[in-house]
Design a protein around this ligand. Structure first.
Ligand code: KIV
Ligand code: ZN
Length: 386
């Protein structure tokens, strides 16, 4: 089995479902171009049947993107599939993503069907889509809560119907990583024809496990990860692209490879955050403003001796600004000396010890000490509080 992991970005579809994040066609095109530059393998551009605006956006993206598959979502309904195929008609590598709910919740209390009729619908949808476009991805919505034996029956049937990629969404973000990994392994071991398709993860973050579940998925045989920039998406979001990509890069022993240019991660993250009106939490892994900021005295001292003491990722790997030494009342002498030196001041060790006392008095009153305050501290006669 090869170790190449396909990165399927759904920022423009699942990500765009976030309230307040809706994009117009021009904005979607800018993000799609950036995703292509970033090196994603698949761009899920939208859900064409949902609105004329989304149809237009998918059509425009399908026309211009040359280095990635362009995918459009549909339900297992002919009019959705027609709209998806029509919007994708100019794409050099189009993919229809169609599917239906398979958990008992969805089968009985959403679709009002039974298990057999869901399989029939799934098969018909894949066969119908296949007549229009070769590359058909099938999603078993709420696969995370679907009994494995029944899920295997559904998947075997849609593979026979011609599906090329099988998406196993943990739609409600319910699974534990072990459970999700076992589900993928169960399908790998029990579904006839599974070796001819790509299994895909699509994990939601309701319990904060979306990234861990996606990694468990690829460790057990999945070869595509569906994810979004900054982890945005329905409710608590999806697997975050930057997290899974950096996990693969940092844990070489996993031996997974992908095509992402990691140096574009921060720039892409900023673009998506600004255009989709979704601020990035400061402590967000990889792309948060504090991801490379060191603020406690113990960490700062260790970092200044050797950055690898406290950094497993270097900012330049992900296109972030340099690491920063933030000065707060928890900072130490080494950090104070470092920041003063950056401002052009050279003090002896004893002088730093004395300035540090002044620094602490000021720092106790402030959240963070800025350069202007440092100049004042540096120029203040020793032991005279500001
Ligand atoms: O979470 C989900 O189940 C989905 C599907 C439509 C793929 O987003
Ligand atoms: Zn989803």
């Amino acid at each position: 089995m090869n170790n190449n992991i396909q990165i399927f970005d759904t920022t423009l579809r699942d990500g765009e479902q976030v309230p307040g994040s809706k994009l117009n066609t021009a904005e979607k095109i800018i993000i799609a171009d950036q995703l292509e530059l970033l090196g994603v393998n698949v761009i899920e551009a939208g859900f064409p049947v949902s609105s004329p605006g989304d149809f237009e956006a998918v059509e425009a993206i399908a026309k211009r993107i040359k280095n990635a598959t362009v995918c459009a979502l549909s339900r297992a309904v002919e009019k959705d599939i027609d709209a998806a195929a029509e919007a994708l008609r100019h794409s050099v590598a189009p993919r229809i993503h169609t599917g239906i709910g398979t958990s008992d919740f969805h089968v009985y209390s959403k679709l009002n069907m039974n298990r057999n009729s869901v399989i029939e619908h799934a098969v018909s949808a894949v066969q119908y889509a296949k007549k229009k476009i070769f590359d058909v991805e099938f999603y078993a919505e709420d696969a995370g809560r679907t009994e494995n034996q029944y899920l295997a029956r559904v998947i075997e049937a849609v593979i026979q119907a011609g599906a090329t990629v099988i998406n196993i969404p943990d739609t409600t973000g319910f699974c534990l990583p072990e459970e999700y990994g076992e589900k993928i392994k169960y399908l790998m071991d029990h579904v006839k024809g599974i070796e001819n398709v790509i299994l895909s993860t699509h994990c939601h973050n309701d319990l904060g496990l979306a990234t861990a579940n996606a990694i468990a998925g690829i460790e057990n045989g999945a070869r595509q990860i569906e994810c979004t920039i900054n982890g945005i998406g329905e409710r608590a979001g999806n697997t975050s692209l930057e997290e899974v990509v950096m996990i693969m890069r940092k844990h070489e022993k996993l031996k997974f490879i992908n095509s992402i240019n990691t140096q574009l991660l921060c720039e892409t993250s900023q673009m998506v955050s600004e255009m989709m009106n979704m601020p990035i939490q400061a402590n967000k892994a990889i792309v948060g403003s504090n991801a490379f900021a060191h603020s406690s005295g113990i960490h700062q001292d260790g970092f200044l001796k050797n950055r690898e003491n406290y950094e497993i990722i270097f900012p330049e790997e992900v296109g972030a600004l340099d690491s920063s030494i933030v000065l707060t009342a928890r900072s130490g002498r080494a950090a104070l000396a470092f920041r003063l030196k950056n401002l052009g001041y050279e003090f002896s060790k004893d002088e730093i010890t004395e300035l540090y006392a002044t620094f602490l008095i000021v720092a106790d009153k402030e959240k963070e000490i800025r350069d202007e305050q440092l100049h004042m501290i540096a120029k203040t006669p020793i032991n005279q509080a500001i």
